[in-house]
Ligand binder design. Structure first.
Ligand SMILES: Cc1cc2nc3c(=O)[nH]c(=O)nc-3n(C[C@H](O)[C@H](O)[C@H](O)COP(=O)(O)O)c2cc1C
Length: 180
């Protein structure tokens, strides 16, 4: 599958089978995150993950979930994305860390899609509790699941803002003529 096809087809399932998938695939997904671009090549992304059978480590991540995201407990992988808030070389704040965690997150989800796996990010979690799991220099951004989507799920219609409402030419909120 090429990237354009993965971008076009990817969606985020909200129900999962508990079945495992090979570590080699998980490694491939994380390698896609690792390969992402970042400010000063800082690579501020960190991912804390637990498999469904990991016992206490898994329970710790599941406890973070908002009730509305309980579906995530079924998936083989439950993970938390984090961004390192300062540059390692200088100790200065890295205001781009969230941007770069986002880049890595997108790369991982496209790779997972290509491998036939589902992935869904979740902002609905207990941020204060998540912060307690990691050192102070790391900001939790999103919980996410990776796994086999429940069989029979239908892809919902994709809802997106019109292109010209988000991508401006020659000035903020100016409608591009070349893209219309
Ligand atoms: C940072 C982030 C936070 C999200 N939080 C949640 C969440 O808490 N619960 C949920 O079910 N989906 C969550 N989503 C999934 C989005 O609702 C979903 O990606 C969006 O509706 C677009 O659908 P698609 O990914 O299938 O294209 C989140 C997605 C992102 C990127």
């Amino acid at each position: 599958m090429n990237v354009i096809q993965a971008v076009a087809e990817r969606w985020s399932p909200r129900a999962y089978e508990p079945t495992p998938f090979p570590d080699a695939q998980l490694k491939q997904i994380f390698e896609a995150g690792r390969a992402s671009h970042s400010c000063f090549n800082e690579q501020p992304w960190r991912v804390l993950f637990a498999k469904k059978d990991a016992g206490a480590a898994r329970a710790q991540l599941e406890a973070l979930l908002d009730p509305g995201n309980a579906f995530a407990k079924e998936a083989w992988i439950l993970a938390l994305s984090l961004g390192k808030k300062t540059f390692t070389k200088t100790g200065q704040p890295n205001r781009h860390n969230g941007h770069d965690v986002g880049s890595a997150s997108q790369a991982m989800s496209l790779c997972a899609w290509d491998l036939g796996l589902g992935m869904r990010y979740m902002a609905g979690f207990n941020l204060d509790a998540a912060r307690k799991l990691v050192p102070a220099d790391y900001e939790p951004y999103s919980l996410f699941v990776i796994g086999h989507a429940q069989k029979g799920l239908e892809k919902p219609a994709r809802e997106r803002r019109p292109l010209l409402d988000s991508f401006f030419e020659n000035g903020f909120e100016l409608k591009s003529k070349s893209l219309s």
